[in-house]
Design a protein around this ligand. Structure first.
Ligand code: ADP
Length: 298
């Protein structure tokens, strides 16, 4: 069964500016403090991605446990935390990419616009069309710049004007001016930063709802990193973005909401705190978060 492409109507949700409700650690759920300061004219965000009690396993190893987080529409949500705490696992669970790993399974519910993506009947390919992914290392196809962007729309049976779609996607990825005279050249001949923007153009060419980014700047120089961050700020006007980053400055600069994860003695990753980025970095509620964002741990 294919996923319906009709989005469910937004549902009212607690929290402010992308900060979901506080995350359960051991005790009962707390409320995000900022919610108390919300005024009546603030519109509660609607959440595009919601993870409910999600645990992820590789064989018998539980890599991530009991995650309840949400990503608000047109916002950038950053996942931060020490290496190995399950950030990538969680990200790849959202678009069901980890289904490709035979030993992998997840528990809990993953909702996209209210629709349960983890339901057995949902086609993972349809999920990946709605939830695009940009990887750590730019990975253009060994094809021309044009064909890199046209590839997804073609296999999805796009019937509109392909030249226009390719140009529009490249413009939205802030790459058009760099490549408009190189459309027939190999995408792999571009610089690293350009390749990553090409991968972003390729992702948005199929008009996903959500873009997942797994450390998209870690292989890039500072200038290219800044370009990608500026691009993310533009893209969030049209898309919902969830990014894994090991770069705390990047999370602080570029994201609206931040999820801090760590792991226990059993190496299972869990969410310590989820809130507005400004609160996580300047006024964290949990000592573990404070130690991490201040560089004392991790
Ligand atoms: P992070 O992104 O926070 O660095 P990962 O999601 O990559 O963390 O890894 C979380 C845990 O899952 C780690 O203990 C890692 O070794 C394990 N893991 C990741 N991928 C696999 C896999 N394909 N098979 C088995 N274990 C894996």
């Amino acid at each position: 069964m294919n996923l319906q492409l009709v989005a469910a109507p937004p549902r009212p949700a607690p929290g402010v500016d992308g900060a979901g409700p506080a995350i359960r650690l051991d005790g009962p759920p707390e409320r995000v403090t900022a919610a108390a300061t919300a005024t009546a004219d603030q519109v509660a965000p609607d959440y595009v991605v919601e993870l409910e009690n999600v645990s992820c396993y590789y064989g018998s190893f539980r890599a991530v446990r009991d995650v309840d987080i949400r990503a608000a529409r047109n916002q950038i949500t950053a996942l931060i935390g020490p290496s190995g705490c399950g950030k990538s696992t969680l990200l790849r669970t959202i678009n069901r990419m980890n289904d490709l790993i035979p030993t992998y399974r997840s528990e809990g519910r993953i909702l996209l616009d209210g629709q349960d993506l983890s339901a057995k009947a949902v086609d993972p390919v349809a999920v990946r069309r709605r939830v695009g992914m940009v990887f750590q290392k730019p990975n253009p196809f060994p094809k021309t710049v044009y064909d890199n962007v046209a590839f997804g729309p073609r296999i999805n049976g796009y019937r509109g004007n392909m030249d226009e779609l390719v140009e529009r996607s490249l413009r939205r990825a802030a790459l058009w001016d760099d490549v408009k005279d190189k459309l027939k050249q190999s995408g792999m001949a571009l610089s690293g930063g350009q390749q990553q923007r090409l991968c972003i153009a390729r992702t948005i060419a199929v008009e996903p709802d959500v873009i997942l980014m797994d450390e998209p700047c870690s292989a890039l120089d500072p200038r290219s990193t800044l370009q990608i961050e500026e691009l993310m700020a533009e893209l969030k006007k049209d898309y919902t973005i969830v990014i894994v980053t090991h770069n705390m400055q990047q999370a602080a600069r570029a994201s609206d909401a931040t999820v801090f994860m760590t792991m226990g003695d059993d190496r299972a990753g869990f969410v310590v705190e989820h809130g507005r980025t400004i609160d996580i970095f300047t006024n964290p509620r949990n000592q573990l978060t404070e130690d991490y964002v201040s560089g004392r741990f991790g």
